[in-house]
Design a protein around this ligand. Structure first.
Ligand SMILES: [Zn+2]
Length: 202
């Protein structure tokens, strides 16, 4: 990039965003510059506000500005059905499409030996405690259909061993190698409806 000063700084920052190449960074920057200054201010404030105010819900790991998230605080949520996801982004996608009426648990990571990634053991401990305390009867694993998703599922299964709970997994449906975040509503609904039981309540 050959721009200088403020513009170069903006282009470099936009270029660091996932899925944004040099052309896209340039297009976004010039779009912002064509808007009134109030737009740039609102955008900057919205980004900063999210970054400073959002924190993981101490119960489920969803992002929230409150003490606990809206889903955990909602008395109408079905607490016997718990959906396990890798990230708060996956949770947001399932919620936007109305896929699950129960509660969630965000693992905050996945098992990927090649990338040196693992799940924080405290998240798995918290999951086990919640399942016991809330009397959860079914756990639905909504994990990406990849090798890492399979390894992550095994890790969750062993963390819950000995508990009287049915465990099922979204059936895919989802393109192999794809991800929850990019799946459309119809695919996700079908994957939930035809979920497969991987461990029955003893
Ligand atoms: Zn929560």
């Amino acid at each position: 990039m050959s721009s200088t000063g403020s513009l170069e700084r903006l282009l470099k920052l936009l270029f660091r965003l996932p899925g944004i190449g040099e052309k896209s960074a340039r297009r976004l920057a010039f779009f912002i510059l064509q808007q009134p200054p109030s737009f740039a201010q609102e955008l900057a404030e919205a980004i900063l506000s999210c970054r400073m105010n959002l924190h993981p819900c101490p119960e489920c790991g969803n992002l929230t500005e409150r003490e606990v998230c809206d889903i955990c605080a909602d008395p109408l949520r079905n607490r016997v059905s718990l959906c396990v996801v890798e990230t708060a982004e996956d949770l947001l996608v399932l919620e936007e499409h109305g896929i699950h009426q129960g509660i969630y648990h965000v693992l905050g990571g996945r098992v990927s030996p090649l990338d040196g990634e693992d799940i924080d053991p405290s998240s798995l401990d918290r999951l086990r405690r919640r399942v016991e305390e809330l009397g959860v009867r079914e756990i639905i694993l909504a994990l990406d259909p990849q090798v890492e998703g399979e390894l992550t599922a095994q890790s969750v299964l062993s963390a819950l061993s000995g508990l009287k709970v049915k465990i099922s997994r979204l059936s895919y449906g989802l393109p192999l190698g794809g991800s929850i975040s990019f799946a459309d509503r119809a695919t996700l609904h079908a994957a939930m409806e035809s979920r497969t039981t991987i461990k029955d309540e003893p």
